[in-house]
Design a protein around this ligand. Sequence first.
Ligand code: SF4
Length: 303
Amino acid sequence: MLVKDIRQQIESLKQKKNALILAHNYQVPEIQDIADYVGDSLELARISQGIKQDTILLCGVYFMAEITKILNPDKTVLMPDQHAGCPMANMITPALLSAAKQDHPKAAVVCYVNSNADVKALTDICCTSANGVKVAESLSEDEILFIPDQYLGAYVSKSLPRKRFHLWPGYCPTHMVFSREGLEKLKEEYPGAKIVAHPECRLDVQEIADRICSTSQMITYAKDSEAKHFIICTELGMLHRLKKENPEKVFIAGSPNAICPNMKLTTLEKILWSLERNEFEITVDEQMRIQALGSIERMLMVK
Ligand code: SF4
């Protein structure tokens, strides 16, 4: 089937089933272009709460679809490929977290949203890459157990030196491909370019970056900056949105290998199949949902 025909069929099924498509910034361009909304996990979570459609089709990875279901228990949440997981989210389990809590009984648990619902259910508060510092700062506890991303945790802890952090050793494999050496070479080619890095990047990359920020903050930074060239250190899918929203500026990949294979499992064909069959539907155990919702809602209350 031609891509044009697939797009048309998706569009008509969306109308027929009263469905809406949300896509993460790391999805391939053709999926971003057919989505009703594109954003990072926090933006997508917020958007999902205000929509009137009965069905939400989430193009991203499993924990994102789970968050959408946690926030919208009465809606049907679909994911086109059930194998699109997140390796970082799987680096911590409820059993491992319970043991770590026993080792640090006075610490508040701050959980990056890139985690599974059973882990979120055992934490005090969630955070995103955009609000990690504010969330940790809002807590009365001086000791924090930060899970599961050690690099976002290190970034947050640097901004709050008066608090004591215990960092879970998780990481995003996709963001490990950036290096100081690679970026220094790119800077020789583009001397005026600003290096913009996601806080999931290693510390040597964070140290050389002009700006460390979440994907949504990258859009604002690029719009507001007087610079013309930007070296982007996050998943390659982000370049599409940056270019689309800033056509007069130039975005250079910090590494050609920054591809999240799980994000790329979603295709237009799978979206069509998912809408046709109402698969794969996301379900979350109700008790777990309520507990995980508590840690997400506490995050959403932090201004
Ligand atoms: S880019 Fe990294 S953190 Fe995001 S889904 Fe892929 S593996 Fe997980």
